[in-house]
Design a protein around this ligand. Sequence first.
Ligand code: RFL
Length: 421
Amino acid sequence: MAEDARQLRDSVESTTVVVIGAGPAGMTVANLLRGSGVDCVVLESRSRAYVSQRQRAGIVETRAVRMFDDWGLADRVLGGVPYDGILEFRVDGDRHLVSDSDGSNGPAARLCPQQILVQKLTAAYLEDGGDLRFEAADVSLHDLAGDRPTVRYRSVDGALRAITCDFVAGCDGDHGVSRTAVPDGALTAYALDHGIGWLTILADAPPPAHPLLAVSPQGFAAHFPRGPHASRYYLQCPPDDHPDAWTDTRVWDALRTRLGDQALTSGPITEREIFRLRSLVHDPMQYGRLFLVGDAAHIVSPMGGKGMNLALYDADVFARAVRDFVRGGDDTGLRTYSSRCLRRVWNDQEFSHWLTRTLHDAGDATDAGPFHRHLARARLDRLFTSPGAARAFADLMTGLDPTGDPVTQDVLGNLSGPGGG
Ligand code: RFL
């Protein structure tokens, strides 16, 4: 103990921002701060090899691509290939192509698996001389309500270390330590269990021509590209089902039936997991000098592909806020960080919830009942036939809907101002 205390005294460092977690949120924050000339240190509990292999999301939405482009980082950090913006819905075997292109000029979404984005963000940050410490154990946060918080951790050589800073970016996901450092009662959690399970399969099997979402009497299924020779599949199942109950034969039979494609090519399955669809929002996304970014603040059900993209949005808002404060003492961005992010978070939660209910209720495998099944099918019919509905869908898929951006706030402000409604 005395040795730990001596080591700690000798090794107190100082920086502007300590970033906890080196996933999409943390590595985006780190790159944007570095690009703004703001000092930061990233602490990650896992090894570099582990973090750079974690496969989840597959599409960086248009808004996020343009965000990286604005920061001059798009060419360095985005891998994969451009996405043509076509999504396929298959309802009882019938194909409907829906464009989620908004028709604007500028770079579009990319089919870029999450692990490729994280690998490239990490490489760019390290190439630029960034400070990133993997296998940082026992990370703990102190004095968050004061002017100079401290983050303590044990480095890979076993030494206890401390870093004082102006701000802490909690980018350590839903199971990290950042949020647990906030005193009880300071945050409100809004949670929803959708009562739906998904079996998720990763396989070395050909990707589909377009990301594919399927409704069938046996339940929901999906097929997404994850690189030139890999695919991710989802199969709706009871939330407390066990992955061992899903043999390879059962998986491929169920996919062929629900996707309405008996010719679907199978391949070796590399990951098989079951999870419950859930949504969660913590409000506010800030406590003192701790700012929660990405999954540390909110979980979105995977339908609609918003979780990672929201993490990238938060990272952008946070980095700009810190940059403005450090450069000119303007704290507007820091004061409005939480409300601005939460506006987009709830917007995306609503979209994801709408799509989750529509695609599950339209089949016969939920207990929603026939009335809700008809409602869900009416929503799909509208999406396939109404240009207005398709346009609204494209706005939400691309992330280009103006929710939360200052221009919308101006428009709303004008409407409610003199002469407004
Ligand atoms: P992450 O990715 O969880 O990264 C957190 C990082 O923090 C580290 N960490 C710690 N470091 C230091 N000290 C501690 N005590 C720490 N505790 C944890 C972790 O090791 C990790 O490196 O959070 P981040 O950065 O906020 O990114 C969020 C995204 O990962 C997440 O929203 C998406 O993966 C969600 N998601 C999807 N999002 C999309 O936009 N599109 C998709 O298609 C999509 N598909 C998915 C998904 C999530 C899935 N899972 C998790 C159920 C598919 C799946 C199967």
